[in-house]
Design a protein around this ligand. Structure first.
Ligand SMILES: [Mn+2]
Length: 284
């Protein structure tokens, strides 16, 4: 039996695990760099080569279990993929007291999972770390395009955006007022994490587009934008969100295959595991 990060089988069963991991190797609508369909495979491979002790929290998050909840392979259309992710997420959310996590795939995979999580939890904040606003109502004839990843979330929930540094002028009308933290402002402001935390509360879904990070540390994404988030401040933000709020789900997307994919794959693996460490620590 293949397990997450090669952890023991007894830590990887549905019954035992406090974390469920769904993978969606979808790359149907990306416009520039292709290869996000290889994201889950690269992430799982990197995870197997990672130390399972977390120094910062002095914990071994895998002891709480991680269940591989399968993958969604529907790719006949962006809408069909979104519906399939929605149905699968809904099915998994029936298991109480388990953290739902998803690894993509391009960012459109989040539309269906946010929809399902939003139906289950009231007062949902969607915290988006991303270089791009992803607020187009539709793009290339589809509302399930990666450029539309959080349009619906913004209509229904409390959307908070962090690290944004690229958008179309038309999207400005949709940017959540006072809840978009631009990368150029983050770069200059020392206490930006406090500002973000003021806007995040209650039940939280965290969606992380890896292009939120600076391409110097995460180069293998579809559209690497200069001036991105750094590693430690991002972890600090996430740690404090887990401490303050009830994080009910998170996803990580846009890991792209390329000859230089390894450092980004490892960053994604480590990021995922750090988030598990913060989650379990916040619950104990
Ligand atoms: Mn995105």
């Amino acid at each position: 039996m293949k397990t997450y990060a090669g952890i023991p089988e007894e830590n990887a069963t549905l019954e035992f695990s406090k974390v469920m991991l769904l993978t969606v190797p979808y790359d149907g609508t990306s416009t520039w760099g292709k290869g996000a369909d290889k994201g889950p495979e690269l992430f799982l491979d990197a995870s197997e080569n990672m130390e399972l002790y977390d120094i910062e929290t002095a914990t071994e998050p895998y002891l709480e279990g991680v269940y591989l909840a399968g993958e969604v392979t529907e790719d006949s259309s962006p809408e069909a993929m979104t519906e399939a992710v929605y149905q699968k997420t809904k099915e998994l959310l029936k298991y109480e007291n388990k953290l739902f996590t998803l690894f993509g795939g391009e960012h459109s995979v989040s539309i269906g999972s946010i929809r399902a999580v939003g139906e289950k939890y009231e007062n949902l904040t969607v915290l988006q770390l991303d270089a791009h606003t992803d607020l187009r109502p539709e793009f290339h004839g589809s509302t399930s395009n990666h450029a539309c990843a959080v349009f619906e979330a913004n209509q229904k929930h409390n959307l908070v955006q962090v690290g944004i540094r690229s958008m179309d002028k038309e999207e400005m009308q949709y940017v959540p007022e006072g809840r978009c933290f631009w990368a150029h402002q983050i770069a200059k402001k020392e206490d930006w994490i406090d500002d973000v935390l003021e806007k995040v509360s209650g039940n939280v879904y965290i969606t992380i587009d890896l292009d939120a990070f600076d391409p110097a540390i995460a180069p293998s994404t579809g559209t690497p934008e200069p001036g991105g988030l750094q590693w430690y401040p991002t972890l600090e933000l996430l740690k404090r969100v887990f401490e303050k709020c009830n994080v009910v789900a998170f996803d990580i997307v846009e890991l792209m295959d390329s000859p230089m994919a390894k450092p980004t794959a490892f960053l994604a693996a480590k990021l995922y595991y750090k988030m598990l460490a913060y989650y379990h620590t916040s619950k104990s």
